[in-house]
Unconditional design. Sequence first.
Length: 506
Amino acid sequence: MRKLLAMLLALMLALGCASFSQAEDKVTLTAVIVQHSACPDFDDSPMWLKIAEEAGVELVWETVRSDWSTRKSVLIGTNQMPDLWIGEYNLNVADIQSNQELFVKLNDYIEGSTNVKKMFDEHPELYTPITFPDGSIFSIPMFTAGGVREISDCWFINKTWLDELGYDVPDTLDDLYEVLVAFKENDPNGNGEADEIPFVDFQEAAGIFANAYGIVQNTSVDWFAIDDDGELYYAPLTEAFKETMKFMHKCFEAGLADPEAFTQPWQDYYAYCGGDTAIGGIGIAWTIEALMAKTEDQYVLMPALKDENGNQYFNVSGQPARPIGYAISASCKDIDAAWRVIEAAYAPDNGLQLAFGQINPPEGKGGLIENEDGTYTVVDPPEGYNWDIWNISQTSFRATSYVCEEDYAKIRPSGDMITKAKINDFYAPYQGHAVMPSCYIFDNATNEELSVLKTDINSLVNRRISDWAEGKRDIDEDWETYLNELKEVGVDRYVEIYTTRYNADR
């Protein structure tokens, strides 16, 4: 019976897409997206206008660029929900699990679909992070082929400065510190000014420094790590974390980082690091060019730091899937129409366009040029244009759908894609350490508990990282107080929940 219903639903949706695209009166649906400041609104996006046309709808977008947590609380708390939630940063598992009655169960829609079902048939592992204990599915993940354990941000060093001062690329904390001091004291950019910042983006360095103390992370799971015996642990409770913080403070106290590292917006780093004169010794970013736009040729990638046993491991960013890409509110005025939008978004050509930009765009725009052999060439940015900003402005950033391996293989990579592939290859030898999986689903009560625990614990840990680095608190004197505060906000229960689940899946 269920299969029959699924077949009927598929037929209805297919007929609906065919007929609604020709209809004079289209249903209007609202959609919310949490978006980057460099990404234009989607109201005039040719990719999303095409998807809306194919689904027979008009999409009215609410684009949120700041204070999303407050806005989301209002939307969910007052049940003033959009028809569609689109994008990887809109919702988390807890939002849905604690409010299941506010979202549409999508199991039958998936079974009756063509494009979305194709993704799950080709990657059945995508069911795992979105399937609730009772089998219910309320969201559709986004997946782009091209790498499973890729590096989110790399770190890099000014090789021109190293050569000028007679240093090799450091691979230990002691050598790193010595080089940073040399960058500070010797005017390596040669302009006669003390304008060098030995370590740019220093607030992001804790995780990399922690590698030297044996802490290796999946960076999407907030300091959980796995020891050499395969046991899960929470790094901020350990002596290794304490030592990492001491090294952070040592660098900050010596003036080896921007004094506003923990308060300065990331855009400021892009602005003053992207000039004609190199002022940063070491940086952390998606690629070298993303941060050092006009001086990238001076920089080389840095390896993972050696731990006390000489091992070198580097953190990874998990997986190419984003578990919650699309969801439909139960209050949606036309649920079938909302599903047609999702199904249309997952069509192969639309998947490519959302991820890489419009196919055969007009002159001056980015995207994909279709070649005679069926491949696609990614349009390069204008000369001098930052690759990251160009990519964000030309694609459906944070709101993609599905690009399968076969379609991904048709892409003739851009310079940025080649660069990122080389970065992943560079760090591949340092990815042998086990890390915690990216996503777990718990029952409602546990998820509600975790929502509070995670917020309180992360807030406390992040405040201490900046306070200790800046010297606002003495690490040794404050350590026991810090551990007691973690206990007071429930860290033991927090670790117990994740450890129990991790051990159940081993």
